[in-house]
Design a protein around this ligand. Structure first.
Ligand code: UDP
Length: 319
């Protein structure tokens, strides 16, 4: 039995990670500055504690890190609209919060499991990306890249702390995670945004020509990978792509959601600039090479997109 601190533990991925850890008999503390709604079903388990506070508060972080064996650090602002509108908050939480945790994990010899992102590779056109793929980004004057850069800097810190201070760490790069409990409808990422439109009977807005692609990864598959990586000795000191390698264009996604949900909304197109202004740049294709995670822990994403979308749509219909 391990004692695990999950930052962002009441968020979408975090709540599934807490579920999986508790199910496997581990002791879990979830630290989150948001409400406990997504984890309240764990309150009676006897193995779960919720602390509502911020990763920016050093005293809280120090106290909680001292009480655990492993830190899974998921807390972050990961919403492309917020990269553009609140770059300062995105940078502060992603950098200062992570540095607080790294510092205490390093001093106390605790394992640090870091949620990074496929955004780290930016718009590198040479897909699929393995974990050593180049980072191809635009200039810092384009706010979009502040999230990618903040996450990449913390990856650097992981390697540096590992090399100079002996920190045990694992880095995970997520690829477009979706599913029930992901964001409020209409907020955050493309699937909850599309779904809100579908459920309200409004036109679904595809940005650009809809040919840009993503690999959508079901949340329960993702949570399995996080827990396996966090507990694996073989994973230590390495970075892993955590994703499905099925490539889907945004237009296909809209059409698939329409079919799976039995909707009849119109699908319309809108230029990116009209939605985000000038401080944004889209990524044409994003595909992981998942051979490392398969080899090291034997994980692969198994939920087909149609099935994951069906579960997601059913969840939000009852919401
Ligand atoms: N997108 C879209 N319509 C929307 C929201 C998003 O066409 O209402 C597109 C967005 O421009 C991007 C893709 O869907 O090309 C994925 O966007 P998301 O915000 O989920 O995150 P990203 O993968 O870009 O980080």
């Amino acid at each position: 039995m391990k004692r695990v601190l999950v930052t962002g533990g009441a968020g979408s991925i975090g709540s599934y990670v807490c579920d999986e850890l508790v199910r496997r008999g581990h002791q879990v503390i979830a630290l989150d500055n948001g409400p406990s709604l997504k984890v309240e079903h764990l309150f009676d388990s006897g193995r779960f504690q919720f602390v509502q506070d911020s990763v920016l508060v050093a005293e809280v972080v120090e106290r909680l890190v001292s009480r655990c064996d492993i830190v899974i650090h998921l807390a972050a602002i990961a919403d492309p609209k917020r990269y553009v509108n609140e770059p300062l908050n995105v940078l502060n939480v992603n950098l200062k919060g992570s540095l607080n945790l790294l510092d205490f994990c390093s001093r106390m010899g605790k394992r640090f499991v870091f949620a990074s992102t496929s955004e780290v590779c930016g718009k590198n056109p040479n897909v699929p990306w393995d974990e050593e793929a180049d980072r191809v980004l635009g200039p810092p004057s384009i706010n979009r890249w502040c999230y990618s850069t903040g996450k990449a800097l913390i990856e650097h810190y992981c390697y540096a702390y590992g090399q100079q201070e002996g920190l045990p760490f694992v880095i995970m790069r997520f690829f477009n995670v979706y599913g029930p409990r992901c964001d409020d409808l209409g907020q955050g990422r493309v699937i909850p945004i599309f779904l809100e439109k579908f459920l309200r009977g409004e036109p679904v807005v595809v940005h650009g020509d809809g040919k840009q692609t993503r690999c959508f990864t079901y949340i329960e598959d993702t949570a399995q990978a996080v827990v396996e990586l966090a507990l694996s000795e073989a994973a230590l000191g390495q970075c892993f792509n955590v994703g499905s390698d099925r490539e889907t264009s945004i237009l296909e996604l809209a059409q698939l959601m329409k079919k799976v949900g039995g909707f009849d909304n119109p699908i319309v197109f809108k230029p990116h600039r009209e939605v985000f202004g000038d401080s944004y740049e889209d990524i044409p294709r994003r595909i992981p090479d998942v051979s490392r995670i398969k080899r090291v822990i034997g994980w692969e994403a198994t939920t087909p997109l149609e099935e994951g979308l069906k579960k997601t749509i059913d969840f939000y219909r009852k919401y």
